[in-house]
Design a binder for this molecule. Structure first.
Ligand code: F6R
Length: 614
């Protein structure tokens, strides 16, 4: 949830840290800080709020700091203690000679803190991280070796951490380590980088070492040594990174979110390439590592995910059950891990995650693996912890998603579910061949239909403007688009802070209808197909309570004009594929409302893109 960066080498470290933190802002942005080794001192600077506040604070000192060639930095998403200067990282020991930045949670910090306080340590912050600073410093006093001190201290830590640590007595040494939190080392001619994620250093190095749990790396300008949890030296595996820095530019769009919404047609095309050639050839999905015999006999599937990925999973359930007749359960990972889940080796477990680092989902898939289930991961990050745990890996290749609100990664997950469901149906021969050919043919046309919607976005912008003054918003849908309603509502609440809720339209009369009056916008996802008439009736019921009715529809029926005060029209599409189309206007409504209200679209308050705490 926080981002860390460290550098030791021959270049000036200040901008390496600040630019790196900028790329990690998606992990948190409520405060930030850096520590730089300047001559015989370590200088620490921190600021509350966005990274620009830290930049402003550093500006008057810039000249004096440019000579520093080793440093660490942190961007925070508060877990222990409010976002204040004292709680911001780097955290320091009593004498200030040791500095540490940390992503994760030290679960036994209370016991450690009590013990350290008894031994004379004076704590300044409410953070769990400060215990690490005192603990390592205390051990360092005895060992006079930073790597050894970190190795001994981490044996006492419980929980999750990625740590970067410097001591003033070791002018050229940076020590980094991790457990249950991501940490990558960048190898470059000018020195070594370490960060929570590769965008933090990709403009300096595209050679990366993904650290494993409990490994400790000692970095100097000219050397890198990695030891495992038992103190044995390991040979690092250096990987070439595929991403280009250009992926992180807004390319002329006002926000990353708007750019990412516009990338969706190409994201779908990308995923289909090589997997869906023509409508009458079968889907190629070599990523699924189960034999066809096992697939034919699968008795059950469980899908586990959080947030937007969970909504993609709900649509996945609908598709797999309809096309393959395999029972599918979908559950929020955070619930899955704290009950006695029934799973076994005959269950295929599908974990869905944009980041591949979400702690709840990671724990859930580890639990399922321990029970013998085959785990298939659908993720946008083939380099993530979840990808490394996967028995089968479906990489969605949407490219880096910078905006905290997930858009293109959602459409990529959905597309992957369509491919998977059709693939399973073809293997099992569980669906009518002609129907599958039609579905695949329509699937190939989806990117163009989304482009059509994007070319009429002014209409959606007008709709957003009309309803931007509202306090609440209701989305209704049925069947395969019920998760679309949930996702539309989630997008709106997370970036505009409007209280938005998605309901199955048939449930409205069982309670929520009591909320309706002439101040309440109700958006009906009214797509042609099995439940069209039903949603139409539910919309009539809402209209009868004076709700302000909006339709998102592919119907051109003129009767709708009397029922709805605003109609957003989308292209005609097969009922089963309609979630790929219907979500796009809902993403745009959320975007334009937030933008109109002047909200921080790409970095909404209280959120972070990668949620590495349970
Ligand atoms: C919403 C959003 C979150 C994430 C959720 C899971 O726009 O981004 O709801 O979907 O935190 O994250 P991942 O997919 O990375 O596991």
């Amino acid at each position: 949830m926080c981002g860390i960066i460290g550098y030791v080498g021959r270049n000036s470290v200040l901008d390496i840290l600040l630019d790196g933190l900028k790329q990690l802002e998606y992990r948190g942005y409520d405060s930030s800080g850096v520590a730089l080794k300047c001559g015989d001192k370590i200088e620490v600077y921190k600021a509350v709020g966005k990274l620009n506040n830290l930049r402003d604070k550093l500006e008057p000192h810039r000249k004096n700091l440019l000579d520093a060639k080793m440093g660490i930095g942190h961007i925070r998403w508060a877990t222990h203690g409010a976002p204040t200067i004292v709680n911001a990282h780097p955290q320091t020991c009593n004498c200030g000679r040791l500095v540490v930045v940390h992503n994760g949670i030290i679960e036994n910090y209370k016991e450690l803190r009590a013990k350290l306080e008894k031994e004379g340590c004076v704590f300044k912050s409410q953070t769990d991280t400060e215990t690490v600073a005192h603990l390592v410093a205390q051990i360092y006093e005895k060992t006079q070796n930073l790597t050894q001190a970190v190795a001994l201290a981490t044996k006492e830590l419980e929980g999750a951490y990625a740590l970067a640590i410097m001591h003033n007595n070791e002018p050229n040494t940076l020590v980094v380590t991790k457990r249950n939190a991501p940490l990558v080392i960048g190898v470059a001619d000018d020195g070594y980088y370490a960060a929570s994620d590769v965008p933090a250093f990709i403009k300096h190095s595209n050679k990366a070492i993904y650290m494993k749990d409990n490994e400790i790396a000692t970095l100097t300008p000219d050397s890198l040594t990695i030891q495992d949890g038992n103190g044995n030296e390991v040979t690092p595996k250096i990987e070439q990174l595929p991403w280009e820095p250009v992926a992180l530019s807004k390319m002329g769009y006002k926000h990353f979110m708007l750019k990412e919404i516009h990338e969706q047609p190409d994201v779908i095309r990308n995923i289909l390439t090589g997997k869906l050639h023509t409508s009458d050839s079968p889907i190629v999905l070599e990523e699924v590592k189960l034999t066809k015999d096992i697939l034919k006999n699968l008795s059950r599937i469980q899908i586990i995910a959080c947030g937007t990925s969970l909504h993609a999973g709900m649509i996945g359930k609908y598709l797999i059950e309809s096309l393959c007749q395999i029972p599918v359960d979908v559950e929020a990972s955070s619930e899955y891990i704290y009950r006695d889940t029934v799973t076994d080796k005959n269950t295929l477990v599908i974990g869905v995650s944009q980041s591949g680092e979400t702690a709840d989902t990671l724990t859930a898939i580890r639990q399922a693996k321990a029970k013998g289930s085959h785990v298939l991961i659908i993720t946008n990050r083939p380099d993530s912890a979840m990808a490394r745990e996967a028995d089968s890996l479906l990489s969605v290749n949407a490219g880096i998603e910078v905006s905290v609100a997930a858009t293109k990664s959602y459409i990529a997950q959905l597309t992957s579910f369509y491919l998977l469901a059709i693939y399973l149906a073809e293997v099992k021969e569980s669906a009518n061949k002609e129907d599958l050919i039609k579905l695949k043919s329509e699937m190939l046309a989806i990117p163009q239909k989304i482009e059509q919607i994007l070319s009429h976005k002014d209409d959606i912008q007008n709709c957003a403007k009309k309803y931007s003054g509202t306090r609440d918003f209701i989305y209704i849908a049925r069947g395969i688009n019920y998760p679309t309603a949930l996702e539309g509502a989630l997008k709106l609440k997370e970036i505009s802070y409007i209280n938005a809720t998605g309901y199955p339209a048939g449930e409205l009369k069982h309670g929520p209808i009591a909320m309706l009056d002439d101040t309440m916008p109700v958006l009906s996802v009214l797509m042609h197909g099995r439940v069209y008439e039903k949603i139409l009736s539910n919309s009539e019921e809402a209209k009868a309570r004076n709700a302000r009715m909006i339709a998102l529809t592919n119907s051109i029926d003129p009767k709708l004009d009397d029922l709805f005060e605003y109609i957003i029209r989308v292209p005609e599409v097969d009922d089963m594929l309609s979630p790929l189309i219907a979500i796009v206007p809902l993403q745009l409504i959320a975007y334009y409302i937030a933008e109109f209200l002047g909200k921080d679209v790409d970095q909404p308050r209280n959120l972070a893109k990668s949620v590495t705490v349970e």
